[in-house]
Design a protein around this ligand. Structure first.
Ligand code: PLP
Length: 420
């Protein structure tokens, strides 16, 4: 089935009332048939609803639909993109372990990996996403995850996925792609050889800036990489917190199941049913929207490329862009709505941001409403000078999230702001 059909039907047929639209199951808990049923659900002898921190029927549709769009076997929803990333890390790494992260990632991912998880004894090592061979020198027997973004935010690089996955596979390390900017419409990391995909559902999924959320999707047969792999002993040994359950022994998708049974159970960053319902509404039009975001962003990138005040434009749809070849290889149907461009200095960048009318000065992306951000003073403000350089964020960089307004109107807005 094609994405547009999956996005409208996967994970739901009808409920007991024949309800056409997916209902919002706004409930904290679920009544058991009897005590034996309750015990069976807790023991995983039967699958079913227990408590909304662990699962919810509306969230279940979202998880199944998103997993189907990514071409994965199962998904688990989270309360935010950051909790999805944190759970993906916490599901594999513990004190003494390390993970390898691209230097070019969202600022929150840099602070999570560089500071917060360090306090839990997990070290982050960084590689230049444009130079995957650096990974070879960073992997050791304590490496648990390789994490990068499919289209990097805000440097707008498109990595060589295959080169990264080949190295991850050679060492038996789980690879994880944050596919937020590309979305499963433009990029399918699991089909390219990735193990786990994470998302901020707060962006293109709702598409209108309506709700914070996240999702983790796992590929089919991830068990074959984990089973008997000494790196992932906790998947292969009895889990004392779940009656000695050995995750790699059960016939269920093990990565997302462990997130649910262990991390959602104990840390609890679960999505609200209403937010899951909003994501479901958003997914129905995702493919249509991504085409429009991409074509408008390309038109704007072409305009900016020819403007005398613009030193550089980063958009992988431009044939002159250094990422063009990778975008042609790994993306399909467009390059998404995110672009960045560089002007003289931070002061000029701020003046341009202040001069825009349709583009709103907001720290978000993936909205129907166009957004301008000055990353160095906002989303990436907590990064050190070196981290800013590594992430490809000079002071004069402006990020645009191109919305669904008329592209001509957006270009006119940029023209007047740049002209000042
Ligand atoms: N990943 C990327 C690429 C992002 O751009 C963001 C937020 O901007 C996140 C993750 C974090 O997502 P959330 O804001 O839903 O926690």
């Amino acid at each position: 089935m094609k994405d547009q059909t999956i996005a409208i039907h996967a994970g739901y047929t009808k409920d007991a009332h024949g309800t056409m639209a997916v209902p919002i199951y706004q409930s904290t808990a679920y009544e058991f048939r009897d005590a034996e049923h309750a015990a069976n659900l807790f023991a995983l002898k039967e699958l079913g609803n227990i408590y909304t921190r662990l699962m919810n029927p509306t969230t279940d549709v979202f998880e199944k639909r998103f997993a189907a769009l990514e071409g994965g076997i199962a998904g688990v929803g989270t309360a935010s993109g950051m909790s999805a990333i944190f759970y993906a890390i916490a599901n594999v790494a513990e004190t003494g372990d390390n993970i390898i992260v691209a230097k070019q990632v969202y600022g929150g991912t840099t602070t999570l990996t560089g500071h917060t998880i360090k306090r839990f004894g997990i070290q982050a090592r960084y590689f230049d996403v444009k130079n995957p061979s650096e990974l070879e020198g960073l992997i050791d027997d304590k490496t648990k995850l390789i994490l990068f973004e499919s289209i990097t935010n805000p440097s707008i690089d498109v990595p060589d996925f295959k080169a990264i996955f080949d190295i991850a596979d050679k060492h038996g390390v789980i690879s994880c792609v944050d596919n937020t900017v590309a979305t499963p419409i433009l990029c399918k990391p699991l089909a390219l050889g990735c193990d786990i995909v994470v998302h901020s559902a707060s962006k293109y999924t709702t598409g209108q800036g309506l709700a914070i959320g996240g999702v983790i999707v796992e590929r089919e047969d991830l068990v074959s990489k984990i089973k008997g792999n000494a790196r992932y002993a906790h998947f292969n040994e009895p889990d004392a917190s779940y009656h000695g359950l050995v995750y790699s022994d059960i016939p269920l998708p093990l990565f997302t199941l462990r997130v649910r049974l262990s991390l959602l159970r104990d840390l609890g960053a679960a999505p609200s049913p209403f937010n899951s319902w909003l994501y479901i509404q958003g997914l129905e039009t995702l493919a249509l929207r991504m085409r429009q975001h991409s074509s408008s962003a390309l038109a704007i990138a072409e305009f900016l490329e020819n403007h005398p005040k613009v030193k550089k434009v980063n958009y992988p749809g431009l044939p002159n862009d250094p990422n063009y070849a990778m975008a042609q290889r790994y993306l399909r149907g467009g390059e998404s709505g995110l672009l960045s461009f560089e002007v003289e200095d931070a002061e000029t960048a701020k003046q341009i941001a202040n001069g825009l009318n349709i583009f709103k000065l907001v720290v978000n992306i993936g909205d129907s409403k166009s957004i301008v951000t000055h990353p160095a003073s906002t989303t990436h403000q907590q990064l050190s000078e070196q981290e800013l350089i590594d992430a490809g964020i000079p002071g004069g960089l402006i990020r645009l999230s191109v919305g669904l307004e008329d592209a001509g109107d957006l270009i006119a807005d940029l023209k007047q702001a740049l002209g000042r």
